[in-house]
Design a protein around this ligand. Structure first.
Ligand SMILES: [Zn+2]
Length: 458
């Protein structure tokens, strides 16, 4: 089966950042077979299904290097009360979800992902195996990781950090089971990372064992790093050094590590991350909501590969790109850097390198997997199409995206998501979100809560 998208603008995302006009892309099975002038590509594939790309742009699929899909159930609330949250419940609403509710929220997150042009995401969650089959069935390229730690969570609230070897053993076992069940499955579309949670919640022993396990299993690994000032204070108090130095001393830094956030890293930490070949996820939209900004230019100059991610409460990578551009220009009081092409690179080729997938995805080049989205350029906020990447990064919306292809298969076509019953999932997710927060408020009626939750829309 061959498909040719013809007469389109093609944003290749290759090393030369080439944008081709009146061009075509041919997809044979799961891979890109040709890219070039429509007059060359179309006759070379006479039996192909031809998709009219007039007025459309084909972009490399966006890669979300850090997300927690179940946090979609917390949207509207947890954006606005700090991190760690100033809501003082002993457990989270997310922690009270049933398996079926987790499944619904995960699919809600994937729906938003597909609609915002995402073709690949790294999901980090506890017991991710419970909804992994549902995620795999959506057709997205997936990196699944089990969130683990070995701290006594009840005592952390009192500022006491005690670590439990049995908890480390159990988390590593769940991680190994996940890798065994899913790594390389679905024609290689699903793979796995290990995911120790954060410097303050993982002992040196767990960090060392996780890196050894990752190398033994042939997978990469990720961690939250320099996410909050509370983390830095805790690590300084318990370990005597900043979080990056603690990870270094625990043998955790290396080219297989993808560090999420890196918001408050000092120059010595930045140098250490660069020297050890660590990759970094810039989660710009959630960072901005937390009043923070990662020093992206400095991290990149130090040698870190930069990817982008949504993290919590939203899966919209179009917004993340724009937030990344705004945040970095504001942080540095810089009128011209980053350019939209730099930001698109972080969200595509950079993300692919961050996940170790640069040979198969992250750009539109012959031989790579066909992971792409099609955007309608003939919109009031996108014409004139003088510089399509700039127009889309500055002004594009998920609603401009008409079709999404992953691994050569359409997951959305002409505005309809093909792999998920969208209406059903949205309706059920509305009920799940309300029910889970009600459950939390009913269980802890004396904890102050600054919001009046309305009844669900049914
Ligand atoms: Zn996170």
């Amino acid at each position: 089966m061959t498909t040719v998208i013809a007469n389109a603008t093609i944003v290749t995302g290759n090393a030369g950042r080439d944008v081709l006009h009146d061009a075509a892309i041919a997809i044979a099975e799961d891979r890109i077979a040709a890219i070039g002038p429509t007059d060359d590509v179309r006759p070379a594939h006479p039996d192909a299904e031809v998709v009219d790309g007039r007025g459309k742009a084909v972009f490399p699929g966006l890669i979300n290097c850090h997300t927690h899909l179940l946090a979609t159930g917390d949207r509207g609330i947890l954006e606005d009360f700090g991190f760690p949250t100033r809501l003082t419940f002993p457990v989270s609403a997310r922690g009270l979800l049933t398996d079926e509710e987790r499944r619904i929220l995960a699919l809600l997150g994937v729906l938003e992902s597909i609609r915002s042009g995402v073709t690949c995401l790294l999901e980090i969650s506890s017991n991710v195996a419970g909804y992994a089959p549902d995620l795999a069935a959506t057709g997205l390229r997936l990196v699944l990781s089990e969130n683990i730690n070995d701290v006594d969570e009840a005592q952390v609230r009192e500022g006491v950090f005690r670590f439990d070897e049995a908890r480390a053993d159990a988390g590593l076992q769940r991680s190994a089971d996940l890798v065994d069940a899913w790594h390389g499955r679905e024609n290689g579309r699903v793979s796995c990372f290990l995911a120790p949670h954060a410097p303050e919640t993982c002992s040196p022993d767990l960090l060392r064992r996780a890196r050894e396990m990752a190398e033994r299993l042939g997978v990469r690994y990720t961690i939250h790093l320099s996410q909050s000032r509370e983390e830095i204070e805790a690590v300084m108090r318990v370990r005597g050094v900043p979080p990056t130095h603690y990870l270094f001393a625990s043998g955790f830094l290396g080219p297989g590590l993808l560090a999420a956030h890196c918001r408050y890293v000092n120059p010595a930490e930045i140098a250490l991350l660069g020297q050890t070949g660590v990759k970094v996820t810039n989660n710009a939209a959630i960072a901005a909501r937390r009043g923070a900004a990662a020093p992206v230019r400095e991290l990149q100059a130090a040698g870190c590969v930069i990817g982008m991610g949504t993290d919590n409460m939203a899966e919209d990578m179009v917004e993340v790109m724009r937030a990344g551009l705004f945040l970095e220009r504001v942080r540095r009081n810089d009128e011209v850097w980053p350019q939209p092409e730099d930001v698109l690179d972080w969200a595509t080729a950079g993300g692919a390198r961050a996940l170790g997938m640069q040979d198969i995805t992250g750009s539109l080049e012959v031989g790579k997997k066909a992971d792409l989205f099609v955007a309608d350029l003939m919109r009031p906020h996108l014409v004139p199409s003088l510089r399509p990447v700039s127009a889309f990064v500055h002004n594009g919306q998920p609603g401009d995206i008409t079709s999404v292809m992953v691994d050569g298969a359409w997951v959305m076509r002409d505005g309809k998501v093909l792999t998920i019953d969208e209406e059903d999932v949205v309706r059920r997710a509305e009920a799940v979100g309300h029910a889970s927060w009600r459950r939390l408020l009913d269980r802890y009626p004396n904890v102050p809560f600054p919001i009046n939750i309305p009844p669900p829309i049914s």
